[in-house]
Design a protein around this ligand. Structure first.
Ligand SMILES: [Zn+2]
Length: 266
């Protein structure tokens, strides 16, 4: 019995050592000067592939999803979270921690940065899938975007990065975000979007994950946003500012050159 335990431990140690060695080797092999991750500071000559490809992504030229070389080899950050972080850096957001922030479906590397800066209030929320309540980090609360449990004008900033494309009643979600934002505050509401499509395509009868991959480009997306995405945001009251030059200004950060950031002001 004791020998079994020792053997098991020794196997665990060997696997752990191998993985650590493998990680170290990958960092040495991929070291270079093309990229610099703004989260972990790793200098890389390339990034890891992330995302999945489906024909519709190319047909509709959807920006913000699909297979791409955009994952940091050291910390695993994605281009989507680096874009939000870069925008925040560009407006010196982290210099004044006297803000209340709601971050829905928080990305790991991005939320670490907000936690580190000790804001007045930083609430992370996600809709906990039944049976998976224990997989979320302890700082994440169970929050349904369709019924945000905070009073009107509670937050200075809301971050909801690539979430609305998963929500059937996205207008209700947008309205809730608008409601909890204070006047003068802003929300970052990124979605995958087709700039060659005028009208958003959605069909609630399509619920099969394989069919959604084929039609919407991902198994849990419920629509493909077109240019009328901005009309939806305006309909609930937002004034939309589009920032499109971050990938050029911060060319080392490995951002998606086609992804613009949507700043929704109240
Ligand atoms: Zn990194």
């Amino acid at each position: 019995m004791i020998l079994d335990k020792l053997r098991n431990n020794s196997i665990c140690i060997k696997i752990y050592s191998y993985l650590k060695w493998h990680e170290r080797f990958a960092l040495i092999k991929n070291f270079g000067f093309r990229y610099k991750c703004p989260f972990c500071g790793y200098h890389a000559r390339k990034m890891n592939p992330i995302g999945c490809d489906f024909k519709v992504i190319y047909e509709k030229e959807i920006v913000g999803c699909g297979r791409r070389f955009a994952g940091c080899i050291k910390c695993g950050s994605t281009d989507k979270e680096r874009l939000v972080f870069t925008y925040m850096q560009s407006i010196n957001f982290f210099e004044n921690p006297n803000k209340s922030i709601l971050h829905m479906a928080p990305e790991l590397n991005l939320s670490k940065q907000f936690l580190r800066h000790k804001f007045k209030e930083y609430i992370c929320g996600d809709y906990f899938a039944p049976g998976y309540e224990n997989v979320y980090p302890s700082y994440v609360k169970n929050i349904n975007i369709l019924n945000i449990p905070y009073s009107n004008e509670y937050f200075d900033v809301v971050i909801c990065n690539h979430v609305l494309e998963h929500i059937e009643n996205d207008l209700k979600g947008m309205s809730e975000i608008y409601r909890v934002l204070r006047k003068g505050g802003f929300a970052i509401l990124q979605v995958p979007i087709s700039y060659i499509t005028d009208k958003t395509y959605e069909d609630p009868s399509i619920s099969d994950p394989a069919e959604r991959e084929k039609v919407f480009g991902q198994c849990d997306h419920v629509r493909i946003y077109g240019l009328d995405y901005f009309d939806r945001l305006k309909k609930v009251g937002f004034e939309v500012e589009i920032v499109s030059d971050l990938a050029t200004r911060y060319s080392k950060y490995g951002l998606n050159s086609k992804e613009k950031i949507f700043i929704c002001h109240k």
